[in-house]
Design a protein around this ligand. Structure first.
Ligand SMILES: [Zn+2]
Ligand SMILES: [Zn+2]
Length: 77
């Protein structure tokens, strides 16, 4: 039997970003970052490529270049 919750310090953990509708490009990395595709309206997408320089470029679905995938680096051929 516990009485009251006034002393509780526990909170519901909310994810920093909504998990619904997240799309991402699988590039073999372990860390995700978020790109913003400058369509109208803009949308975000995530990828885990460690080689991205531009985070505000078109996504592959909208004609942009695919992020470089680990193991398929064009400069390592
Ligand atoms: Zn990226
Ligand atoms: Zn897009």
């Amino acid at each position: 039997m516990t009485k009251g919750t006034a002393g509780s310090i526990l909170r519901v953990l909310k994810p920093p970003e909504p998990a619904t509708g997240d799309i991402f490009f699988e590039a073999g990395g372990s860390t995700f970052h978020t790109h913003t595709c400058p369509t109208d309206p803009p949308h975000t997408w995530k990828c885990n490529s460690p080689y991205c320089n531009f985070l505000h470029d078109l996504c592959p679905d909208h004609g942009g270049a695919e992020p470089v995938t680990i193991g398929r680096e064009p400069w390592k051929r």
